[in-house]
Design a protein around this ligand. Structure first.
Ligand SMILES: [Zn+2]
Ligand SMILES: [Zn+2]
Length: 263
């Protein structure tokens, strides 16, 4: 079995055929789905889906791209408080730092970074308060993200990191209770860096994710991504690590169950 630990099922690109999307995946062995919180405007949809299907869970959090609605940290606290006690809520996130799309003058960029850090730190505090693991999005911001995680003792609750930049610098976080989510990027022709990093991730810290509808694996690039395609990612991991497919599935499933406290 496979657990898709990061799939935006609340995205409107799944509205028309969500049942089919889930059934195709289930038939191929994908048996649990976790929707990361990202955009507060679609969270109600994530909760609705998690209530509709036994095998779907959600997380509550704010993606660094969607932080405009959370200028006020008190509002963020109330927002998390409102959903975190739901029985299908398994994590805080996706939260983190993303410096890839910063805009404006240097001063404005510095301002945006500061705001991102503030909101990220607050979500770490909330994760510790409610004893939930973190789903962490890091892009072009490895060093800052790492120091925020360590300075705030985020290892107390642990979490999963997107391997966006496949950054070796983040690997040492494995010993602080952090896991690494591997997705479709691994199948890309130019994924050399991630292929090398993958070999250095302790297997007991390996998780599988689609990040659908984005980052569709080869040979479906350009199409909408969906949980079924985690099978392609698992195939690729098995090939690269020269480890049996069933072992990769078993280990990554146990890892996901342990981190998110699901069965
Ligand atoms: Zn992300
Ligand atoms: Zn995501």
């Amino acid at each position: 079995m496979i657990i898709d630990t990061h799939i935006h099922l609340d995205d409107k690109r799944y509205d028309d055929d969500l049942d089919d999307v889930l059934n195709r995946a289930r038939k191929a062995g994908v048996k649990r789905f976790i929707i990361p919180g990202a955009d507060p405007l679609t969270l109600h949809r994530a909760v609705e889906i998690a209530e509709l299907y036994d095998d779907v869970y959600f997380a509550i959090g704010v993606h660094p791209y969607d932080m405009q609605s959370f200028e006020n940290l008190d509002f963020l606290r109330k927002y998390v408080e409102k959903f975190v006690h739901h029985e299908k809520c398994v994590a805080i996130g996706e939260c983190g730092l993303d410096y890839f799309r910063l805009e404006g003058s240097d001063e404005e960029k510095a301002q945006q970074k500061k705001k991102q850090k503030e909101i990220f730190t607050e979500q770490i505090n909330l994760a510790k308060k409610y004893k939930k693991p973190l789903i962490i999005h890091i892009r072009d911001a490895s060093r800052d993200s790492k120091s925020i995680l360590l300075d705030n003792n985020a290892g107390e609750v642990g979490g999963v990191l997107h391997c966006y930049n496949a950054d070796e610098e983040l690997l040492s976080l494995a010993k602080n209770g952090f896991y690494f989510g591997i997705g479709g990027v691994l199948t890309f022709k130019n994924a050399k860096k991630l292929v090398n990093v993958l070999k250095k991730i302790p297997q007991e810290k390996l998780l599988i994710e689609t990040d659908g509808p984005y980052l569709t694996p080869t040979p479906h690039r350009g199409e909408r991504n969906e949980p079924l395609y985690t099978t392609l990612v698992v195939d690729k991991i098995s090939e690269i690590l020269d480890t049996k497919l069933t072992d990769i599935k078993e280990i990554s499933t146990q890892n996901a169950m342990r981190l998110f406290n699901i069965s």
